[in-house]
Design a protein around this ligand. Structure first.
Ligand SMILES: C[S@@+](CC[C@H](N)C(=O)[O-])C[C@H]1O[C@@H](n2cnc3c(N)ncnc32)[C@H](O)[C@@H]1O
Length: 246
């Protein structure tokens, strides 16, 4: 009998975050328009958006860094399939200690590697080449979270975990950027992401209801869904900020 898949491995997801195909395409075109030569993705996962940007920018080379080896294996296989293997390197390691100059820096749901949002933005401002761009994807509060909602989010969630959108953009400006584009994901993009995160494990559970681990898996799925539907849904947003460095 097959073992349960790890919850959150993203097997059914194209992107490891709330991001539609349409938005990914627009972002890739926008970043490619400046003709970058180098792109670095800090906390890349399997680097799907990195690959899309490279595909839209002939001749550009990319590096993705992540601590999670299996995602990098998936990224390399996808790069091979897309004919980009010669132009991209996936490196296993700590993103927060790496310093690389690049024309485009990506940090999507992964600023934690540098500490806080501020720490990450300051590090990116130092690394991005003059005239370069940073695509920064991070959470913000769509509305102030009540104590009741916070208690239903991830363990230890607090109002100080995020700012509102204006506060997030202010942090980018304080770090020395100008906001070239500000966009926030739709409820559909969130629902696709959260459903996709669970769906491979839900499918496994349906096929293995009597497995020794089935009850434990069911409980984990129920906890994760509850954090989403009773906790952060419609309270936490996710923004993609395209930031310019003069
Ligand atoms: C929410 S996922 C986002 C992945 C990818 N950026 C995307 O949008 O598809 C966060 C990623 O950050 C990676 N990560 C977390 N801490 C890290 C660190 N200190 N150094 C490198 N990667 C890290 C995780 O392994 C995970 O792949």
């Amino acid at each position: 009998m097959s073992e349960p898949p790890a919850l959150g491995n993203g097997a059914h997801l194209q992107f490891m975050g709330p991001l539609s195909e349409a938005r990914a395409g627009r972002i890739a075109v926008r970043l490619a328009a400046a003709g970058p030569g180098t792109v670095v993705d800090f906390g890349c996962g399997w680097g799907e958006l990195l690959l899309r940007i490279l595909a839209a920018t002939p001749g550009a080379t990319g590096v993705g860094v992540d601590v999670h080896g299996p995602d990098l294996v998936r990224g390399r296989a996808n790069a091979e399939r897309a004919g980009l293997a010669e132009r991209v390197t996936f490196v296993e390691g700590e993103a927060g200690t790496l310093r690389r100059t690049a024309d485009v820096i990506l940090s999507l749901g992964a600023y934690h590697a540098f500490g806080s949002v501020r720490d990450a933005l300051v590090a990116f401002r130092e690394m991005v080449a003059p005239g370069g761009r940073v695509l920064f994807g991070a959470e913000f509060w769509e509305r102030e979270p009540s104590a009741e909602r916070l208690a239903r989010m991830w363990p230890g969630a607090s109002a100080g975990d995020c700012t509102d959108l204006a506060g997030l953009v202010d942090k980018a400006i304080d770090a020395g950027f100008r906001p070239l584009w500000i966009e926030t994901v739709s409820r559909d993009e969130w629902d696709e992401f959260e459903s996709g995160l669970a769906s491979d494990v839900e499918e496994w559970l349906l096929a293995h209801p009597d497995h020794l681990e089935a009850q434990a898996v069911r409980e984990k799925l129920d906890d994760q869904r509850s954090m989403w539907l009773r906790g952060h849904r419609d309270v936490m947003g996710f923004a993609y900020l395209t930031l310019g460095a003069g």
